[in-house]
Structure formats: C-alpha cells, structure tokens
Design a protein around this ligand. Sequence first.
Ligand SMILES: [Zn+2]
Length: 59
Amino acid sequence: MATRKNAKRKPVPCPDCGGKGETSETVRVGARKGRATDNRQAALCLTCLGTGEALAGGE
Ligand SMILES: [Zn+2]
C-alpha cells in the first residue's frame, strides 16, 4: 500500500520554544542596565503550554 495521505494541516512547531515545549530565559538583574547573568531559567512555554506545537486556529 503506497497510499499517501496528503495532510493539509500538519503540526506547526511553536515559534516561541521551537517545539521544545519550554523556554529558557536569561535571568536579568538590574532594572536600568539589564545586565544578563549566566543563570538561565527553564520555564514552561505559555504559548503552547508545553506541547511544543503551535495552537491551531491562530492564523
Ligand atoms: Zn511553545
């Protein structure tokens, strides 16, 4: 069987986390200079809620 289903809608990786489902934000200190530290915080991507896929219906 070589039937191929032409899927029109394929899962789109979340643009915010790149499909990883979580984002790593650089911890910044200092309100004025905004100096970035080496500390990185892994946070759940709020855009896709950790699924790694962009929500459908946005376009
Ligand atoms: Zn995401």
